[in-house]
Design a protein around this ligand. Structure first.
Ligand code: BG6
Length: 356
């Protein structure tokens, strides 16, 4: 069901299917949004469970069907060089960017009831976060991966940014003139938030999520910055040793960049960074569209592109808390931006921003 998250509509359809005896042995596939807050998601879930067993409910997230997102599993769990350093002892910070160049197009009606936090963070961004930080699942079965992701969802909280707020919101110039949008709308089309996973592996690592419409470019990536070596030979000011970095470019480019300090310059005596690029577009694998992957998985009853009810409910619980925080003086908090002035605004507004 790629339909609005309207309880009555879904109820009518499911009861109709039941009336015509079409439910037995069927799988129900639901596209996001699954509810619009914790309470509505729970109500929808309980309703569906009256008709379908959990294993027949596919709550699909098309970001999980993107090739490079699925590759996170291989990168993290098939490479012993990364396994021991994937924690707060070695990782300094993580950034997840989901930027879109376009606006809301003609989806004003939907977007006015949603905003970027519910549209992109509750589902896509938190799924990327969970896959990046989860512990090694017992196996690659849907249940084990879900269990590992759920364990992360249980521990996500807002990062302590001191005097700055951990969440900054904005609205693009011209949003209020879009079709079906309230001319006084306070709905956010941009968010920058800093989260933390509160456990021994990750405490202290800020996870910066940035997502918005009408940004300078369309890009989705995950950037993992490693801490610098403690007793380094090189004077940081003179040589500017760069952090080791892994950058997973999910779209529009499908590749992984690994930044190392690999060259020794005999003149300056500095270590010079090099970026290794692992590309996927130019090799023999043909990349598929995410919906192509999702549909293929569904027909094979592979649930990797799906999320279970506990993940969804835990994500909504976090989003409800954030929305409540934002409701206090939303008008003052919401800045108006365009792709050019955004960085400048964020330098003032956001808890942790890297200029790049
Ligand atoms: C959808 C959102 O889930 O994802 C849209 O509702 C958004 O607002 C879209 O534009 C982005 O998907 P993709 O695959 O183009 O990054």
């Amino acid at each position: 069901m790629a339909i609005p998250s309207d309880f009555e509509l879904i109820k009518n359809i499911v009861e109709g299917l039941d009336y015509h005896r079409l439910i037995k042995k069927s799988v129900i596939v639901l596209e996001k949004p699954f509810g619009f807050d914790y309470k509505s998601a729970k109500k929808l879930n309980n309703f569906l469970l009256n008709f379908f067993p959990e294993k027949m409910i596919y709550r699909i997230d098309h970001y999980l069907a993107k090739d490079l997102v699925q590759d996170i599993l291989a990168l993290r769990f098939a490479n012993p060089i990364f396994v021991p350093i994937w924690n707060n002892k070695y990782i300094q910070d993580i950034t997840i960017n989901i930027w879109e160049k376009g606006g809301i197009r003609n989806r004003g009606q939907y977007y006015e009831g949603s905003g970027v936090i519910k549209d992109m963070i509750q589902n896509h961004a938190l799924q990327l976060l969970a896959l990046t930080l989860m512990e090694r699942p017992k196996s690659l079965s849907y249940n084990d991966i879900d269990l590992a992701k759920t364990n992360i969802f249980k521990k996500i909280k807002l990062y302590d940014c001191g005097r700055r707020a951990p969440v900054a919101i904005g609205q693009y110039e011209g949003y209020r003139q879009e079709k079906y949008v309230d001319p006084k709308s306070l709905v956010e089309t941009f968010v920058s938030m800093v989260l933390e996973v509160d456990d021994d592996n990750w405490r202290g690592v800020p996870i910066h999520i940035v997502s918005g419409k009408k940004m300078a470019k369309k890009t989705t990536d995950i950037i993992v910055n490693f801490k610098n070596i403690e007793h380094c030979f090189w004077n940081q000011d003179r040589c500017q040793i760069k952090n080791n970095q892994i950058r997973i470019n999910i779209q529009p480019h499908n590749d992984i960049h690994l930044q190392l300090n690999s060259e020794f310059d005999p003149v300056s005596k500095c270590a010079i960074p090099t970026v290794l690029r692992f590309g996927f577009e130019d090799n023999k694998f043909i990349l598929k569209d995410s919906y192509e992957n999702a549909l293929q998985d569904l027909f094979c009853q592979d649930r990797f592109t799906c999320t279970n009810s506990s993940e969804i409910l835990l994500a909504w619980r976090l989003i409800d808390r954030i929305m409540k925080l934002l409701e206090l003086n939303r008008k003052e908090k919401l800045f108006i931006y365009n792709a050019k002035n955004l960085v400048k605004i964020l330098e003032k507004e956001s808890c942790l921003v890297k200029k790049e």
